[in-house]
Design a protein around this ligand. Sequence first.
Ligand code: ZN
Ligand code: ZN
Length: 152
Amino acid sequence: MPLDVLEYLDQPGRRFPLHAVLHGFDAEEGGVRTVEDVLLEGEAFVQLSTLYVDVEIEARIVQPCGRCLTTVESLFRLRESFTLPIPPQAASVDVRPLVVQLALSAHDPNVLCRPDCRGLCPICGRDLNLDPQHRHAPEDRDRRRLGDFLGS
Ligand SMILES: [Zn+2]
Ligand SMILES: [Zn+2]
């Protein structure tokens, strides 16, 4: 999101209220986690070609549960102060990449859909939350291996 800094540049040192919403999402490498709807609320000012931002960031992150891969959506807040250089002649500064990076690094990458998530069956991949009694008899497992071997 390009933040218009012309007004800031006109009055160095003056703190302006900052309120912005970043829409859409940015996928992390591999596309596993996405950051959606980031809300910025705080203040910003310019001093010596540097943009100073002091904001509360509210971000919604969507990612798979670390055990069963169900999509987990988490909303969290963090307070951040950061600076960005303002290139000569620039009328705006893009705060988005940094904000997304801050949100991702502050967020636990190993979320669970619930603390006692049972995960997936290591043999057949069935979701054990839906079927807690699910089990494989030992001979079942052997038969499956033999089946794989015969290509059936
Ligand atoms: Zn889970
Ligand atoms: Zn199974």
